[in-house]
Design a protein around this ligand. Sequence first.
Ligand code: ADP
Length: 247
Amino acid sequence: RVHEMEHSLDEARRQARVKGELLATMSHGIRTTVSGVIGMADQLLKGHLPPEPRQLVEMIGQNGEALLRLVDDTLDYSRLEAGRMPVERLDFDLRVAVDHVSGVVRTLAEAKSLAFETRISALVPSRLQGDPGRLRQVLLNLGSNAVKFTERGAVNLRIDREAEDDQHVTLTFMVGDTGVGIEPAAQRTVFEPYAQADASIVRRFGGSGLGLAISKRLVEAMGGEVGVESQTGRGSTFWFRLKFEKQ
Ligand code: ADP
């Protein structure tokens, strides 16, 4: 019995490795090829083109960029799945890390004339231990989604203290928007890979459908949990909770 189990475990590991290698080789091939296509499109755009062909060539470039993002996200996701994206534990300053993301999201929001506000409770300590890079990645994903799916109103980022003792602090991060919202049935699936709540919206905004799946994996890899509250037509609030060690 034990022997059989070990055998199938070995086999599963072997298959996972083959899958990972195939994905890595394929995505490298796709990246190189698509970069070529984008490069050619850029060359064409530098020359003289009548308006109509120019528009078509611009679309070739945009679709190429979208395909690159899809490939990168897929690779990220499969690395996370295989446990090959280790989480770091560094001393970092929470407010510095969040400032970084806020700046990017603010720029995105302003481009769409949306209000943007960051509010960090005064009770939240700044000097923490954890993985600031991963934290930024998750916040950036939620923040850019919030802007992407909001036409008017505001996007906000809030951080509250949930619990604290001598060594640890548990924080809740909330990214709220006044956008299209998500139907209750879709709220259960948006964190699954390649899940997109509304095909017509995706055609309008683009995207890989992997951002939230990656964010969920990252939050879980950091020992936290993630969720969403939303009302269709009113907006959404994506949240995650993480426990940090204090410096
Ligand atoms: P992508 O944005 O690339 O499609 P995500 O995994 O980031 O992929 O999001 C999955 C889906 O969840 C989106 O396609 C969209 O339907 C829905 N979604 C995510 N964030 C929001 C939001 N802030 N408001 C409304 N819908 C959202």
